[in-house]
Design a protein around this ligand. Structure first.
Ligand code: ADP
Ligand code: MG
Ligand code: MG
Length: 249
């Protein structure tokens, strides 16, 4: 059962072939990581998924429907939630209020006070559950802009999750974090995305090995290997691609 499918996707910028004939399947319920050295094309692949870029050729399907060529908002509406894009956090309101807005949006309640009033307790129960899973219960009344960097990241991921998307897309969510914050956030993402479909783009192999069910390795725009963490770790071509960089033991 495939949620996201790349069929022979190619992306060029002028003469530069950045994504080359990529086939990729993200299965329902798996956490799939795309890794690769800097400049491999990971962010470009990510932007192709979310509609920022259209492929030069090939097709991208979400749940069997073609999404390549659609605008980002339309791709989002069809169930692909990309963190740090549409579900931005509002800095001047509390953590609880942010999550409540996201839950209300999912239920289509944001414009209707009276419908919302009747479902206040159900909405609040969902918010409490999210707070718990995001480990932010103690921060519920804190303004979003008072959170630490990794707490803000947690909230952003929670806002993405609150829309109950078919696919969650994260591009280097641990970028700019200390080792401690990285470990914490990787663990949180693993917990909170259990049973969901996740595509995570990440440079750090140790993070990916701890989180992903399957890994695809992108090098110079081509996927050179897809497999379980064990298979990828044992792959000689992958080691060579990371030449000079640390490959997680
Ligand atoms: P990664 O995320 O793996 O580090 P990127 O996808 O950001 O790699 O970039 C891959 C290559 O594509 C880089 O050489 C980059 O310069 C090039 N590239 C990315 N976006 C554009 C663009 N809009 N126009 C031209 N070249 C681009
Ligand atoms: Mg990069
Ligand atoms: Mg990148």
């Amino acid at each position: 059962d495939t949620v996201l499918k790349f069929e022979n996707v190619h992306k060029s910028f002028g003469p530069a072939h950045i994504i080359r004939d990529v086939d990729l399947d993200v299965h329902r319920g798996e956490r799939h990581a795309v890794i690769g050295p800097n400049g491999a094309g990971k962010s470009t692949l990510f932007h192709l998924c979310s509609g920022q870029f259209a492929p030069s050729s090939g097709r991208i399907l979400l749940d069997g429907e073609q999404i390549s060529g659609l605008r980002p908002a339309e791709v989002n509406r069809r169930g692909l939630a990309r963190s740090f894009q549409i579900t931005n956090i509002f800095p001047g309101i509390t953590v609880h209020e942010n999550l409540r807005l996201a839950v209300m949006r999912k239920h289509g309640l944001q414009f209707s006070f009276w419908r919302f009033a009747g479902r206040l307790s159900a909405v609040n129960a969902e918010v409490e559950d999210l707070l718990d899973r995001l480990r932010l219960t103690a921060r519920a009344g804190t303004l979003a802009n008072q959170l630490s960097y990794s707490e803000q990241r947690s909230l952003e991921i929670g806002m993405t999750l609150a829309s109950d998307p078919k696919l969650i897309l994260l591009d280097e969510p641990m970028a700019g974090m200390s080792q401690e914050e990285t470990d914490y956030t990787a663990d949180l993402i693993r917990e909170i995305t259990r049973g969901r479909t996740l595509l995570i783009v990440e440079h750090d192999m140790s993070v990916v090995f701890a989180l992903a069910d399957r890994i695809s390795v992108l090098v110079y725009g081509e996927i050179i290997a897809t497999g379980t963490p064990e298979e990828i770790r044992a792959n000689a071509q992958v080691k060579e691609a990371y030449l000079g960089e640390e490959v997680a033991a």
